[in-house]
Design a protein. Structure first.
Length: 354
């Protein structure tokens, strides 16, 4: 009887509470499109890290093939067509006439030069007639180039987005938490940046700063922090009057501690989504800058610098470099966009409360 009473009177065990990140990860795994996009993005990141460390794509600048060597499947078709019609593909034979020694005014000098020719002649290196994805004008492997270009473009996107998030978070936090004159000044500063079109401001900074990887990252971050600033400012205004912030103020916590220890962790999920949006946008901007000649240095390669070679190639009928870059860029941008939508849904606190 006592056992039954204890069993009946015992409170049911409460389920362990899960954090917003744990709930978000569960919802992301249930979203098939978002989960597949996550793996695609991770694959591109591994590809970029491998290219940056020189594990893959390190020979992107080596001239290993003939100029504009076609992809392997096109070359095989051309060879099959030539084998099927040998008479049509044969080059016409042109008869040539040489000069006799008495008619050649430099014959004696030529004979002397030929005696020492072996000391100066560089042995001819046989170059490939085709590559898996083709070659560019200088005979460089397009696959190695696009891998190295992926590394450069993603590094610009990640570094630029992180720096932009840092600038926007610090300025937005100060404006939203401190308010008054600080907020008025920072809002005026924000209005100055947003008054000009983004592309015009970007080109103006790039023209003044010059070319280079570090310059591109700095220029992109200095012109893309405004969206993060507006988001963080609104969140800090909303959260600065909450009970947990007032309790921290009551025990003597400084303004910096309340801003970056108590409030900031509550908006990290929003910053993660903002980072995904910024990274996609900055990769696109880097491509535009490099295509216009304001991007990475000539000794480096990126998706934009590869696309800058495309107009001349298309005029001659060589389309494979454009195709490879478009496929890589489209796949990454599409996967990142879908992942951003999935993260926004998965990390929504209102959805977590359901």
């Amino acid at each position: 009887m006592t056992t039954l009473q204890n069993t009946a009177g015992a409170a049911p065990a409460s389920a362990a509470s899960r954090s917003l990140w744990a709930l978000g990860w569960q919802r992301l795994k249930r979203d098939r499109v978002g989960f597949v996009s996550l793996w695609i993005v991770l694959g591109f990141m591994l590809l970029a890290v491998g290219g940056w460390l020189g594990v893959i794509g390190k020979g992107w600048n080596d001239e290993i093939a003939a100029s504009y060597a076609p992809p392997t499947f096109i070359y095989q078709k051309q060879q099959a067509a030539a084998a099927a019609h040998p008479h049509e593909s044969a080059a016409p034979v042109v008869a040539t006439e040489g000069l006799s020694p008495s008619e050649d005014p430099i014959w004696a000098e030529t004979q002397k030069a030929r005696q020492n020719r072996g000391q100066y002649v560089v042995p001819e290196v046989k170059k490939a007639e085709s590559l898996t994805f083709g070659a560019d004008q200088r005979g460089r492997d397009i696959l190695d180039k696009v891998i190295k270009g992926t590394s450069t473009s993603m590094f610009v996107g990640v570094a630029g987005a992180l720096l932009s998030i840092l600038i926007g978070t610090v300025l937005g936090g100060m404006a939203g938490f401190l308010g008054r004159k600080t907020d008025d000044f920072l809002m005026w500063f924000y209005s100055v940046f947003t008054a000009m079109p983004d592309m015009l401001l970007l080109l103006a900074f790039a023209a003044v700063a010059g070319r280079g990887l570090g310059t591109v990252i700095l220029v992109l971050s200095l012109t893309s922090w405004t969206g993060t600033f507006r988001l963080v400012r609104a969140e800090f205004i909303k959260l600065r009057s909450r009970e947990f912030v007032q309790a921290a103020d009551a025990i003597g916590a400084s303004s910096a501690r309340r801003m970056f220890v108590h409030i900031l962790p509550n908006i990290t999920h929003l910053l993660l989504v903002q980072f995904s949006l910024l990274m996609v946008g900055l990769i696109k901007y880097e491509v535009i800058l490099s295509f216009l000649g304001f991007g990475v240095d000539v000794r480096q390669v990126s998706w934009g610098s590869m696309l800058s070679e495309v107009p001349e190639e298309l005029m001659q009928g060589y389309w494979w470099q454009l195709a490879v870059v478009v496929v890589f860029m489209s796949l990454l941008v599409t996967a990142f966009s879908m992942l951003t939508d999935a993260l926004r849904d998965a990390l929504d606190p209102r959805a977590a409360a359901k």
